[in-house]
Design a protein around this ligand. Sequence first.
Ligand SMILES: O=P(O)(O)OC[C@H]1O[C@](O)(COP(=O)(O)O)[C@@H](O)[C@@H]1O
Ligand SMILES: [Mg+2]
Ligand SMILES: [Mg+2]
Length: 359
Amino acid sequence: MVCGVKTLGQFIIEKQADFPYAKGELSRLLRDIGIAAKIVNREINKAGLVDILGDMGTTNIQGEEQKKLDVYADEQFIAALTSGGECCIVATEEEDEIIHIDSPVSQNAKYIVCIDPLDGSSNTDVNVAVGTIFSIYRRKSVEGRASLADVLQKGTEQVAAGYVIYGSSTMLVYTTGKGVNGFTLDPSIGEFCLSHPQMKIPENGYMYSVNEGNYVHFPDGVKKYIKYCQVEDEATKRPYTSRYIGSMVGDIHRNLIKGGIYIYPTTARSPKGKLRLLYECNPMAFIIEQAGGKASTGFDRILDIQPTELHQRVPVFIGSKNMVNKAEEMMLLYTAKSISIEAKVENTLQDLGVVGGID
Ligand SMILES: O=P(O)(O)OC[C@H]1O[C@](O)(COP(=O)(O)O)[C@@H](O)[C@@H]1O
Ligand SMILES: [Mg+2]
Ligand SMILES: [Mg+2]
């Protein structure tokens, strides 16, 4: 214990049995992620004083404006994972394709890291919490170079997942499938120290997080769920509070501690949902399930989805178990029907030889 606290490094070694692979691999991976997070944290903390705010003037494969901090964070995490020697592939939001790590120290590297280097980019210039989200897989292939097939694994195959939140304090929260633990950065010693052991999300919550600006284009089930949250009902402590800060890490971290639900459904602008399966939804789903919560697309468990593309997007309903159950109930009652009707029409048209089905 360093001055009465347990550091991230000490905790990982103590919990080594929770990570059934060669001793030290996870601690080196989280060490590398922690180093990059401290560097990103330093830049965020002085962002107004250095030329790190604003747009790069470039767009990523998602077609999104890249912020200078997006690119800076991306560079730092790739560099730290390259020199750390445990990672053979980095799949990042900010790069079109997977990045093969071919450094001399990574010749026997077995781990894939999927990462959103900076989550909540729209908040970087306005001093609101942003984060980093990461997911760690072990490569399945044993011969030659790891490939995209090693990256496109179901969320249930993750060996670890976590996030960093750069907020009023900076925290790193992670799981290896044996519960969720939170570490707060102590700037005076430059270490992440255990501050939130065995985090659990309340089964019930009274806060919902959704961008209601997209209401018109929400599926009916989401509209019905939002109205459910807003109805006066003393017995179930409704109306719930609406909290949405535009940073998935910030909204989910708050809901993890206080209870609540975060929803990013399909919208007109994002017909498959906005958030990416590999480096946003899967890691957050692993963490929230490990904390006793639930994560679904509104119909199916996020972690069971077989990824088909690197930057694949999915709708996400994640948080307190009973809140996600209620939202899924509304989706089944009011949206599944319309989807199944559309599917029936599509099949009928195709049976009739109307090529291309309905628009
Ligand atoms: O502005 P919108 O459409 O509500 O989207 C906000 C969501 O988009 C995100 O910023 C997407 O993440 P990135 O910033 O990493 O692209 C989430 O963090 C956030 O919850
Ligand atoms: Mg993100
Ligand atoms: Mg991002």
